[in-house]
Write a new protein. Structure first.
Length: 134
């Protein structure tokens, strides 16, 4: 039978860079396969370190020192960073927040409020005010 994977928090200790191909999905999100060294901290168990290869969005990838959620095999500690559902990295969530922000900015403009200096909206994950990859 298949063994069940466990989940835990982990800290990114190092980003070892690209380890495979890049691709772009139908939403225009650029994805990269990267290798990370993480310290996995399972509840009630001893922490362990692992190397993981994970497909991550280029514009919102985890950085050294970030705490992330991972799934891992308790037998061999094969680990994967969980991007889906994390509001810091999941492109779907970032795209939805950006659209909400756009709608609110347009509604404010239509209600007579002054236009913001950076334009009608700003990407929630980007200080430059663009959202071309979401």
């Amino acid at each position: 039978m298949f063994d069940k994977k466990a989940q835990a928090d982990a800290v990114i200790l190092a980003d070892e860079g690209p380890c495979g191909s890049e691709d772009t999905d139908i939403h225009g999100v650029h994805w990269d396969h990267r290798k990370f060294v993480v310290e996995v901290r399972p509840a009630g168990e001893a922490a362990f370190r692992a190397e993981t290869r994970t497909k991550i969005p280029v514009r919102s990838s985890p950085r050294t020192g970030d705490t992330v959620r991972v799934s891992y095999d308790p037998r061999n500690h094969k680990t994967e960073i969980l991007i889906d559902g994390d509001p810091r990295y999941d492109p779907k969530i970032i795209r939805e927040k950006t659209m909400e922000q756009r709608r609110a900015a347009v509604d404010a403009l239509l209600a007579g409020q002054p236009a913001p200096a950076h334009g009608p909206y700003q990407n929630v994950d980007d200080d430059e005010g663009t959202d071309e990859d979401y």
